[in-house]
Write a new protein. Structure first.
Length: 226
């Protein structure tokens, strides 16, 4: 899979930013700490950004991204919902269905997140982290938001995060619904392929489904031990 001859041109869309290892580590730790702001605001999504970071990185590796590109996806996974800091708690934490106008307010979080991260120049490259944050709620059929991008108009990193984000959300309890089992969530991913999700990303996920299952198991074991 990682044979350069098999790499599609699209994979090169995620430009690698060149930083020294120690700085790169700090960027990751800083992204992790920023994601705790969302956890502190909305504790029911605790662990969500960590799960999205690891799952997106694993799927990216399976698709043939370089280690550096997959690391960038990991950082983007931590930050994908950072724009929720700009959404009022009464809407973010509402237990029950949102009204249309409340949902329209929630839908602003990708743009708010992109604005928050825009000053970080290495994140602002072509199809870089800012674009992944901005487009993580686009759908493959063009019915997502904020821009209604379709298919390969959506940056690859955002298409990968969309799958990891939905999977993590389906597996976690929410005030208004119970968590799905892994099998139920996988059935849902298949049902939404081509409409919500890029089939190539879903295919790559199924290549690493056991690895991701083991990761989720170890994460929850650690939590139980804490
Ligand atoms: Fe991390
Ligand atoms: Fe989101």
């Amino acid at each position: 899979m990682n044979n350069p001859a098999n790499r599609s041109i699209e994979l090169d869309d995620i430009c690698e930013f060149q930083v020294l290892d120690a700085v790169q580590m700090t960027v990751h730790q800083f992204a992790e700490s920023l994601s705790h702001i969302i956890d502190a605001k909305d504790h029911c999504t605790y662990n969500h950004s960590e799960e999205v970071a690891v799952m997106a990185q694993t799927i990216g590796q399976q698709m043939g991204l370089s280690a550096k590109q997959a690391d960038i996806l990991h950082v983007a996974g931590h930050l994908h919902d950072i724009g929720k800091v700009g959404i009022q708690d009464s809407i973010l934490k509402k237990r029950g269905p949102l009204t249309k106008s409340e949902f329209n307010i929630i839908k602003r979080h990708p743009e708010i997140g992109a604005q928050i991260m825009a000053p970080v120049l290495p994140f602002s490259g072509k199809n870089g982290i800012v674009k992944m944050i901005l487009h993580h709620h686009e759908r493959f059929d063009g019915k997502g938001y904020p821009h209604g991008l379709k298919g390969h108009e959506i940056p690859l990193g955002a298409r990968i995060i969309a799958v990891a984000d939905s999977l993590s959300a389906m597996l976690q309890h929410r005030p208004y619904r119970k968590a799905m089992s892994y099998e139920q969530a996988l059935d849902e991913l298949i049902a939404c392929t081509d409409t919500q999700f890029d089939p190539k990303v879903v295919d790559a996920f199924f290549g690493v489904r056991e690895i991701i299952w083991d990761y989720l198991g170890s994460l929850h074991k650690r939590e139980g031990a804490a």
